[in-house]
Write a protein that binds this ligand. Structure first.
Ligand code: GLY
Length: 396
């Protein structure tokens, strides 16, 4: 296991870190690595997710398999690079993947998980917003329809996992889904059909009611009685335990609720995002980067999750854009961003595909990884930098 970086190495205060040079350097690094990554992914579409050595191409999963919720973090980075540099190479490489994305929702009908939002917001929706090419709109709307089919009307939740023609995990929702909702909001705006937005609102309400505890910590997962629609109780696949406080889940919810407020104007979502952000800051307690779960048993290694820090920065930027961030949120945002842009967290070796070190993935089961490079950590880092440096809009 990798050495944990001592806090003393990470203790520079935001006041001493005013220059944007480290951010610009980190952004240029993302662009350079994306140039190589997007071509390799387009040459051989696969599920690129996370890797301890940074070699995402070594993931053994196919593009159409259930675990692939992550390939679009690379297309998202390529489109950020295209938008900010104007270099057509990034667009052309990204477009080579269009047949695979179309096939995934039209002919293969990938009804295995709810992460169509992660996958298609950072592909079809982003491409449509950037190019106005209606073919991407069509694929994005189809992805929203496939996601909508996972909505359980009785329970008011989106089923996270499992083929729809099986009962496997048919009563489970997870907090990560907050970041799938933007695809549904977008689909209603584009199509004029309110059903997508209604489902998104119900899912956000279900998460608000069940997943957020009285002390503003969160459950990763929750189960529902399919006959009555009533909630059964918490569950967990990503945090330390059912009753623990998985940090990346909190950051998905901070960002996701802020976005739900942006689309709906419903103040309770903004309040939820702010409550979770304040709890996050309180638990962070001055640390540079959060431990991966705020409730680890005594004596357990406090591994830090840089990818949660990157998502938190994007959530805090959204709160700033909404005019809702207080000074503590802005201060925490700056501290998190500058720390993940330090040499301790960035890999400047162009031979390594990964950018951001030390993401934590899952528990100890299959697919889990400690101190790994993660596709989402790299993406949210780049999104945060694009916003901080260029005031770029997000596609969520
Ligand atoms: N959505 C899975 C994760 O954040 O690890």
């Amino acid at each position: 296991m990798k050495t944990i970086i001592p806090e003393s190495k990470l203790s520079a205060s935001p006041d001493t870190l005013k220059s944007t040079a480290p951010l610009r350097q980190a952004y240029d690094l993302c662009v350079r690595k994306t140039r190589r990554n997007i071509k390799a992914l387009a040459d051989e579409p696969r599920s690129w997710s996370n890797a301890a050595d940074g070699n995402y191409a070594s993931n053994n999963e196919g593009f159409y398999e259930i675990g692939n919720w992550t390939s679009s973090f690379f297309t998202g980075m390529a489109l950020l690079a295209w938008r900010e540099t104007g270099d057509e190479y990034f667009l052309q490489q990204t477009l080579r993947l269009a047949p695979a994305y179309r096939e995934k929702v039209f002919t293969r009908f990938v009804d295995t998980h709810h992460d169509l939002g992660f996958l298609y917001t950072l592909y079809s929706v982003a491409l449509y917003k950037l190019t106005q090419d209606k073919a991407h709109r069509e694929v994005g709307l189809r992805a929203a329809e496939v996601l909508y089919q996972r909505f359980n009307h009785q329970g008011g939740f989106i089923r996270a996992w499992g083929h729809m023609n099986t009962t496997e995990q048919d009563n489970l929702a997870i907090i990560d889904c907050m970041m799938n909702l933007p695809l549904l909001y977008w689909a209603s705006l584009e199509s004029g059909d309110p059903k997508f937005r209604d489902a998104a609102i119900k899912q956000a309400d279900t998460i608000l009611k069940n997943f957020i505890r009285a002390d503003d910590s969160v459950f990763h997962a929750y189960r529902f009685d399919l006959k009555t629609g009533k909630s059964i109780g918490g569950d967990n696949y990503c945090g330390r335990s059912v009753d623990s406080h998985w940090v990346r889940g909190t950051t998905w919810a901070i960002y996701g609720f802020a976005i739900s407020y942006r689309y709906t104007g419903d103040k309770k979502y903004l309040d939820a995002s702010l409550r979770l952000a304040r709890k996050f800051n309180q638990e962070l307690n001055g640390d540079a980067i959060p431990v991966w779960d705020f409730r680890l048993p005594a004596g357990e290694a406090p591994l830090r999750d840089s990818s949660a820090a990157a998502v938190a920065v994007c959530g805090y930027q959204e709160l700033e854009k909404l005019g809702a961030a207080d000074a503590l949120i802005t201060k925490a945002k700056e501290s998190l961003l500058y720390h993940i842009c330090s040499d301790a967290y960035l890999n400047f070796d162009d031979n390594c595909r990964g950018v951001l070190r030390d993401g934590q993935v899952g528990l100890n089961g299959p697919g889990s990884a400690q101190n790994a490079y993660t596709s989402w950590g790299d993406y949210y880092l780049m999104e945060a930098l694009a916003h901080e440096l260029f005031q770029a809009e997000t596609w969520w």
